[in-house]
Design a protein around this ligand. Structure first.
Ligand code: LFR
Length: 493
């Protein structure tokens, strides 16, 4: 019962094979590759053809290992898309959600329509790069792409289309656009009309677990593979990651930790209320009829981007060495709100961190260890804030926090998170999105009857590391200071 999962993150992608047998789930990494955005002038693009090439490379390696997966699925980050022309070919190169051309459009559209109206129709948090604002930007700047476009596909839809020739939109990723109405179960005509985008570009969004074609015969012939059915999994990576949370109880809190940190809880119906709007929480669609009441937190992006900056300046440092220096740096010297808009764009991250600390009258972190410590402590403190909001909104009290995703390899962050929230952190699995992707394929084939059977198998198959909270009163004091410093910050709640 082997399945192939492609999981594409903002910095890297991977192909994992998953086997399900009496011992549980076993995974093996077949291929890992960089996902490097490309800048042309002021524009920032995804290198989509390279990503397609890497997916094919993954299939070549699968074949070389003598495997013939029963199905395959693709998940990736949300909100971004490609447009197809009348000949079925991709128009242009998809833009990266951090492209600065989209700046300012969210405020404009909110003013025109009101936040309440947009939120009531979609339940989605306000992030400046949501597809709604990307498409509005392209339309209002007269992008020629929109004159030619006949079909809108999100990144996994598009890569799946390249593999199968079938153009199909998928539900979990559709909800991230802020153009999908979950109550009506369709793309929102009113929002699309407002930004003057034709509804004809969009197809019905299929639910995770739907079979959406098979590997093109040309690819099968080239690689010497038999046809492989392709499943639309929970194609938004966060949706896949939450499938893989090894929870035992229906009420649980999670933190999916990668480039972004996504924190929240799972619910049955979108929680669209004035409180969730005020705190800027989202209700993204999930697998198995679930929704995720969660909030985006800027996450390890700030650290990754600082490391890339040092690399460019010839001061590159390994992750392990950096964490060792962070541990030695003075505690709680410089705190900041990771969700301040200042930290969204790529580029000179350390300058912006220093500027924030200077502006708020704190110690300005100078060396790499001090910068890394400031980032990780600020993230851990923000996690407490968002966990409290999640409890408030969902009316639940959580007795610990599940952490999944590559970020859990950062033991310092896991420990500091436990210290900050004053509750245990259960860390694992690290390959959350890929495992959730596989789980939905096994739900589709009937190997798992539902998401809870999948979670039990995941719990039994992958280790979970427990971090107990330490140093309670020190963190309590730091939290008070964090709240004072960040209160006036330029962030979306
Ligand atoms: C995480 C993620 C988030 C989404 C952001 C941008 O990888 O998918 O859920 O808000 O990337 O697409």
């Amino acid at each position: 019962m082997s399945v192939l999962a492609y999981d594409l993150g903002a910095g890297s992608g991977r192909a994992l094979l998953g086997h399900l047998n009496d011992r549980g789930i076993e995974t093996s990494e077949i291929h890992r590759f960089k996902n490097e955005p490309v800048k042309i002038g002021e524009r920032m693009h995804w290198d989509i053809l390279r990503l397609h090439h890497e997916l094919l490379q993954g299939l070549t390696l699968v074949k070389q290992q003598g495997e013939q997966p029963e199905s395959l699925g693709i998940d990736s980050w949300g909100v971004d898309f490609g447009l197809l022309g009348s000949n079925g070919e991709l128009l242009g190169n998809p833009y990266h959600y951090r492209d600065t051309q989209f700046n300012g459009m969210m405020d404009q559209v909110r003013q025109e329509l009101s936040s309440q109206r947009i939120f009531e129709r979609t339940g989605i948090q306000f992030l400046s790069f949501n597809t709604l604002y990307q498409l509005a930007t392209l339309q209002r700047s007269g992008s020629p792409l929109l004159h030619e476009a006949e079909r809108f596909l999100m990144i996994p839809d598009l890569l799946r289309y390249f593999l199968t020739g079938e153009a199909v939109n998928e539900f979990t990723n559709a909800t991230t656009t802020q153009l999908y109405n979950p109550s009506a179960g369709q793309w929102d005509s009113e929002l699309l009309a407002h930004i003057r985008i034709s509804e004809k570009l969009f197809g019905e969004a299929v639910l995770p677990g739907t079979r959406v074609g098979q590997l093109r015969s040309s690819i099968c012939n080239d690689l010497g593979l038999s046809p492989i059915p392709v499943i639309a999994v929970a194609e938004h990576d966060t949706g896949s990651a939450v499938v893989a949370v090894p929870a035992t109880e229906r009420s649980f809190a999670y933190l999916s930790c990668g480039t972004w940190s996504l924190m929240g809880t799972e619910i049955d119906h979108p929680a669209i209320s004035s409180q969730s709007l005020a705190l800027n929480f989202t209700n993204e669609g999930g697998a198995g009829g679930t929704f995720r009441l969660l909030k985006n937190i800027m996450g390890l992006w700030i650290l990754q981007e600082s490391m890339r900056e040092w690399e460019r300046q010839g001061q590159g440092i390994s992750y392990d060495a950096l964490l060792a220096q962070a541990e030695q740096a003075p505690p709680f010297a410089s705190l900041f709100d990771p969700d301040d808009e200042l930290f969204m764009p790529a580029g000179d991250m350390t300058t912006r961190i220093r500027q924030y600390c200077r502006d708020t009258g704190q110690v300005v972190p100078e060396d790499q260890g001090a910068i890394a410590r400031a980032i990780l402590e600020s993230l851990a403190l923000k996690y407490r804030r968002v966990l409290e909001w999640t409890e408030q909104l969902s009316g639940q009290a959580f007795n610990g926090l599940h952490m999944v995703g590559g970020g859990i390899q950062n033991r310092l962050l896991c420990q500091w998170t436990a210290n900050s929230i004053g509750k245990p952190v259960w860390a694992g699995p690290a390959e959350g999105s890929a495992i959730g992707n596989m789980a939905v394929q096994w739900m589709a084939s009937g190997a798992f009857k539902d998401i809870w059977e999948a979670r039990k198998a995941i719990r039994d198959s992958f280790p979970v590391t427990v971090y107990e909270p330490q140093d309670g009163s020190i963190w309590e004091d730091a939290y008070g200071r964090f709240l004072r410093v960040t209160d006036s910050s330029n962030s979306q709640a």
